[in-house]
Design a protein around this ligand. Structure first.
Ligand code: SAH
Ligand code: SF4
Ligand code: F3S
Length: 489
């Protein structure tokens, strides 16, 4: 049994730098530290297995950064003795690792909180925690303080390594613990990790984002750009290789900025090259901003056969006017120049993108330019979004002047345009044999497998193999979102 929960609100005062208290504060979050240290994670012995046998349920929203943070969170909870469950109704601890990127990400998390409130009414011993990007939002934390007093703890993105202490404190004191640093602190190495599988791994190379695109909340929720030391990254990948991992994704909100804060002559191109030489069968990276995509990076991707010919290159808009309002630092023309260079230099490269419709001031003409670029680029995949104003961002102060109906119409038209190229590109693979990393059993057909091609295309296939292997698969038919095939060797 936990101790009885009371609803006192206490704000832990963990002093950090000039931060006065640990509630999120956007003014602080906008500042950028020039200096930070790298420190090593450790946990007090008294906490190890202290909660042995208790069950936890962790729900992750948002991007790969959050997915990977969740792998760290799981490992820390298991150090405390917790066991994972996929049934939140039967768990002792429910933790939501949240995302702020668009309104609907918020709604999903708040919807889940509604269900948890009910659950907590019938089970007052349930511990509920919130972490991730929403925890960094002033508005969200205010609303938790006022209206969600039953939530046991809130932990920001900059201090996930403090989870064992924050959680323990919340349980021991019965108080609502809120520990959110507005600004990033030191870079913490060696946080334990429970990876989702034994063949594909995420590896953080850089944290935060300094781009401040006007619509985006990430630079406030994730702090300034901080690169991990190359030795730490290479050591992690060396271990992954020894463990038999087949694919490594170098992760960051803006991986192209890797190294700029640490080195004068070592960036993502150099890092990719060193990783490629280590011999992991598949290497990829995510996400790259078109702004600092260098020729060196393109050359390295083209040169090494184990770097996947797959690049996610967010466009956001095809109108230079809107790109300027978005603060994207490139024009339609410079984007297309980069795109053409990639297509020319990297054989069979697949390029995917992100596009936002309905940004303030987007006219029919601006939108048509987006369609033109989409028709020119014939992307292999595209993630399309309706603009969603985010708290405290510069764009949220602009008049949101495109009606919802019009935004929906544009999204529909855009999807219609991009989807036909997914099919067209996939059709080119029919009859060909492609390398596939086997990722699991297909949900639809029990004896089928699914996996990803070397160009990161989803494929369902039949044949004898095992999860985690790389096999040759003949593509038998192409669909818009996936391929079908059969193992050919
Ligand atoms: N760092 C990545 C983006 C991460 S967010 C990059 O710059 O490429 C993923 C995508 O969400 C963005 O590319 C953008 O298309 C979308 N997005 C971000 N903020 C948004 C907002 N306020 N409304 C709608 N879509 C948004
Ligand atoms: Fe957001 Fe722009 Fe940074 Fe991407 S590069 S995370 S869109 S601010
Ligand atoms: Fe969402 Fe935060 Fe990622 S806002 S997209 S979880 S960095």
């Amino acid at each position: 049994m936990w101790k009885k929960i009371s609803f006192n609100v206490k704000i832990t005062s963990v002093l950090r730098g000039s931060d006065k208290m640990n509630l999120p504060n956007y003014k602080e979050a906008m500042k950028r530290n020039k200096k930070y240290d790298t420190v090593t994670y450790s946990i007090d012995k008294e906490l190890l297995n202290k909660y042995s046998g208790k069950k936890y349920f962790l729900k992750t929203y948002g991007c790969q950064m959050n997915e990977h943070d969740s792998e760290n969170i799981k490992a820390m909870l298991e150090e405390l003795g917790f066991i994972e469950t996929d049934d939140y109704e039967k768990s002792d601890l429910v933790l939501l690792n949240t995302c702020s990127i668009r309104e609907n990400a918020h709604n999903k998390a708040f919807g889940m909180l509604g269900r948890l409130k009910h659950l907590k009414e019938s089970n007052p011993d349930l511990i509920v925690g919130i972490c991730g990007c929403m925890a960094q939002e002033e508005g969200v934390v205010k609303s938790i303080l006022n209206d969600y007093k039953w939530i046991n703890f809130v932990m920001g993105t900059h201090n996930i390594y403090r989870l064992p202490y924050i959680l323990d404190q919340a349980i021991e004191t019965n108080n609502q613990e809120i520990e959110v640093f507005s600004k990033e602190g030191d870079l913490v190495e060696s946080i334990p990790v429970k990876r989702d599988n034994g063949f594909k791994a995420w590896v953080n190379i850089i944290y935060g984002c300094d781009k401040f695109c006007t619509y985006c909340i990430v630079p406030y929720t994730r702090g300034g750009e901080r690169s991990r030391k190359k030795e730490d990254i290479l050591n992690e990948i060396k271990t992954l290789k020894e463990l038999g991992y087949k694919e490594v994704t170098l992760l960051g909100q803006n991986v192209n900025a890797y190294g700029k804060d640490l080195y004068s002559d070592y960036g993502l191109g150099e890092l990719l090259e060193e990783v490629a030489k280590m011999g992991i069968p598949r290497i990829t990276f995510m996400t790259s901003h078109p702004w600092d995509f260098t020729d060196k990076m393109i050359d390295v991707i083209a040169k090494y056969p184990n770097i996947m010919p797959y690049i996610h290159l967010p466009l956001q808009s095809g109108s230079s006017k809107i790109l300027k309002l978005m603060g994207r630092r490139y024009t339609k023309e410079s984007y297309l120049e980069l795109f053409d260079k990639m297509k020319k230099k990297i054989p069979n490269v697949s390029i995917s993108t992100d596009i936002i419709v309905g940004f303030p001031g987007e006219t029919e003409e601006d939108f048509n330019e987006t369609l033109e670029v989409a028709n020119y680029c014939k992307y292999d995949n595209a993630f399309t979004f309706i603009y969603s104003p985010r708290e405290n961002t510069p764009a949220a102060k602009l008049k949101d002047d495109v009606s919802l109906e019009e935004k929906e119409r544009r999204l529909y038209l855009l999807n219609d345009t991009v989807n036909k190229y997914f099919l067209e590109n996939n059709k080119k693979l029919e009859g060909k044999a492609v390398d596939v990393l086997v990722c699991g059993l297909s949900e639809k057909k029990k004896d089928n497998y699914y996996g990803y091609t070397f160009n990161n295309k989803l494929i369902n296939f039949t044949g004898n193999t095992k999860i985690g292997d790389i096999v040759k698969v003949k593509v038998t038919s192409a669909k818009t979102w996936s391929l079908d095939g059969e193992i050919c060797e």
